[in-house]
Design a protein around this ligand. Structure first.
Ligand SMILES: NC(=O)c1ccc[n+]([C@@H]2O[C@H](COP(=O)([O-])OP(=O)(O)OC[C@H]3O[C@@H](n4cnc5c(N)ncnc54)[C@H](OP(=O)(O)O)[C@@H]3O)[C@@H](O)[C@H]2O)c1
Length: 357
């Protein structure tokens, strides 16, 4: 756990909105890319950044529907991108790089939650593939434009990361699927991705953050039955650690703050919530506040980067990334069973538990 993983007294909180965190910030002339920027938190983010003067590019897997969703917001363009398809990621990145523009803000916001078991590409578990690998490939493909802009890169994680660390011995759930563990693993991957991208990118002036937006009613529950949604609502309503439902503008505020706040200049690799840096999670936290140690561990972050490079065949830092390798396991090799299975109630090593010093 990095020693910087503590609140900085941002002056904002759980009820702050995108308007609040952007007050006094002029994004004129800045280019922001917001994946999933036509729905839910992404749409609120697009609207807020464009309202502050940015030009916003929304990559979307359903461009016609996305175009309709952002109609009426000035300075927004939509391009086709399916994060489940690495050819689509390549094609999008090639088109973008050909435009010779640089990126100032990249918000990796698109995601799926609790999806039924599905395989993507060569058999990858779909939540890990869409939420993590698609964004991993996108950032590595877009790296020349990200570097040129000295961009802030923000990964939208979730307190769902507390459901599961990276299952190093079975990342793709080949031995039985659990949709919530798969979501938890994917959201841990979002946070670890920011940790390592920040380590790799900071010498180029690129800083990265991850975050939990809060609990917001959006289309994210599309894979859940009405009964499951009702049960989850009751669980959230009765949770002593939940700070209540947020509006989309309150939910999007943390990612907008992480992407634009001058208070974050010179730091990075941190997980945020409620428009501030988050504290380490309480021991045994599940869907509570703070960040689990397994989601900001630099050793696991480097290992996930290496695994992702092996799976996608992409690594914009090839050469420099090897200098950051901590785990010397052969690329792509699964560890022996039980070596590092980070699942709540699983065989997580004590040294990685959030309650350890
Ligand atoms: N809502 C919450 O309470 C909550 C809590 C914690 C974290 N989050 C995180 O917040 C982020 C935004 O979620 P949301 O609540 O705003 O949900 P949402 O309204 O369902 O938005 C998700 C967006 O991701 C896009 N997307 C899904 N699969 C994609 C793919 N293969 N390629 C490209 N785009 C894809 C969706 O596009 P389509 O419209 O085409 O499906 C949609 O625009 C997610 O990462 C989620 O995990 C949300």
């Amino acid at each position: 756990m990095t020693t910087q993983q503590h609140k900085i007294g941002s002056g904002f909180g759980p009820h702050s909105t995108t308007d609040d965190v952007l007050a006094g910030i002029d994004l004129s002339g800045r280019l922001a890319v917001v994946t999933g920027g036509s729905s839910g938190l992404g749409l609120a983010t697009t609207r807020a950044l464009a309202g502050a003067g940015a030009h916003v590019l929304v990559p979307a897997r359903r461009p016609t529907a996305a175009q309709e969703a952002v109609a009426g917001i000035d300075n927004v363009e939509v391009e086709e991108l399916d994060l489940a398809d690495l050819d689509s990621v390549r094609s999008f990145a090639e088109r973008f790089l050909a435009s010779r523009r640089h990126i100032d803000l990249l918000i990796n916001n698109a995601g799926i939650m609790a999806a039924p078991e599905a395989r993507v590409g060569p058999g990858w578990e779909s939540q890990f593939a869409v939420n993590h690998l698609g964004h991993y490939a996108l950032v590595n493909r877009l790296w020349p434009a990200i570097q040129a802009g000295g961009a802030r890169v923000v990964s939208v994680s979730s307190n769902g990361h507390q459901l599961s660390g990276i299952r190093w011995d079975d990342v793709h759930f080949t031995r039985g699927y659990d949709k919530w563990q798969a979501y938890g693993q994917a959201k841990t991957a979002n946070a670890l991705f920011a940790t390592h991208l920040d380590a790799l990118g900071r010498t180029a002036g690129v800083r990265a953050f991850s975050l939990h937006p809060g609990t917001i009613k959006t289309a994210l529950g599309r894979h859940m039955s009405p009964q499951e949604l009702a049960d989850l609502t009751v669980t959230i309503d009765n949770s002593p650690t939940n700070s209540g439902w947020k509006t989309p503008e309150q939910g999007a505020a943390t990612q907008v703050w992480a992407a634009t706040s001058p208070r974050l200049t010179g730091i990075g690799g941190l997980y945020c919530e409620d428009c501030d840096i988050a504290e380490p999670a309480a021991p045994g936290a599940v869907l509570g506040g703070g960040v689990s140690a397994w989601a900001t561990d630099p050793v696991q972050a480097a290992r996930l980067w290496e695994l992702s490079a092996d799976l996608t065949g992409l690594d914009a830092f090839a050469g420099s990334v090897r200098a950051h390798r901590v785990d010397r396991s052969p690329p792509g090799r699964s560890l022996p069973r039980g070596d590092a299975e980070h699942v709540r109630g699983g065989s997580q090593p004590d040294s990685d538990r959030p309650d350890q010093p």
